[in-house]
Ligand binder design. Structure first.
Ligand code: PGA
Length: 254
């Protein structure tokens, strides 16, 4: 059975102390709750990771992740952080292929395939993001775009390695805009993704893969989105910066 996951993506927000306070609040608000969400992941800036991982120790349903990691193992890449370094501070996950990385840092599918390999090799679970822009949706290209992001980004993996991934469908037009995909729109794409996974890796792998929805997910719309058969949780940006909103989303699986 696939896991229900709610992941927060803090992006480039919160100084060190603000991040620690927020994470402590989140832990306190979810640690004793029996929620349908089986794992809560907070993806913070690198500076927080070690401390958050320490705070999360002992809570097996709370994990931390990075928002990026370099494709090389190590070396002369000033300013970059490797997957091995991320893993060494106790993080379990890394977001790869977020649309902001694709848009502002020129990350394409080919590079993301390399980053995925390096992350997996170092024991990190990628939360691999895919999604179409508004222009692509209006041109009715969304299915093609999503398929090529899968094929070029992650379908080089064998079934066992693929089984480690979490996917996140994030329509670019819904990220940070307050415009959410409707539950039907999101479900349609999630079902399409699962169908592509089944064609490539078989029904079992497709069935076991957690596919998150991301893009203006909030406490008001989370329950309806998470009730869709192929939506297994959320990747939450803006609403992950407020402990109450984020934990209400975590509890939307109840
Ligand atoms: P948002 O961001 O929830 O603020 O739309 C989602 C994301 O970028 O992962």
């Amino acid at each position: 059975m696939r896991k229900k996951i709610v992941a927060g993506n803090w992006k480039m927000n919160l100084d060190y102390n603000e991040g620690l306070s927020l994470f402590s609040e989140v832990i306190n608000m979810v640690k004793d709750e029996a929620t349908g969400t089986q794992e809560v992941v907070v993806c913070s800036p690198f500076i927080h990771l070690h401390s958050l991982a320490q705070l999360a120790k002992g809570y097996n349903k709370i994990s931390v992740g990075a928002q990026n990691a370099h494709q090389a193992e190590s070396g002369a890449y000033t300013g970059e952080v490797s997957a091995k370094q991320v893993k060494s501070v106790g993080a379990g996950y890394v977001i790869l292929g977020h649309s902001e990385r694709r848009q502002y840092f020129g990350e394409n599918n080919e590079l993301l395939a390399k980053k995925t390999d390096t992350a997996l090799k170092n024991g990190l679970k990628p939360i691999f993001c895919i999604g179409e822009t508004l222009q692509e949706r209006e041109a009715n290209q969304h299915f093609d775009i999503i398929k090529s992001q899968l094929v070029e980004g992650v379908f080089h993996l064998d079934a066992e390695a693929f089984g480690t991934l979490v996917l996140a469908y994030e329509p670019v037009w819904a990220i940070g805009t307050g415009v959410t995909a409707s539950a039907e729109q999101a479900q349609e794409i999630h079902a399409f993704i699962r169908k592509e996974l089944a064609a490539k890796y078989g029904e079992q792998v497709a069935d076991d893969t957690t596919i998150l929805y991301g893009g203006s997910c909030n406490p008001k719309n989370a329950a309806e989105l998470f009730a869709q058969p192929d939506i297994d949780g959320g990747l939450i940006g803006g609403a992950s910066l407020k402990s109450r909103d984020f934990t209400d989303i975590v509890k939307a699986f109840n």
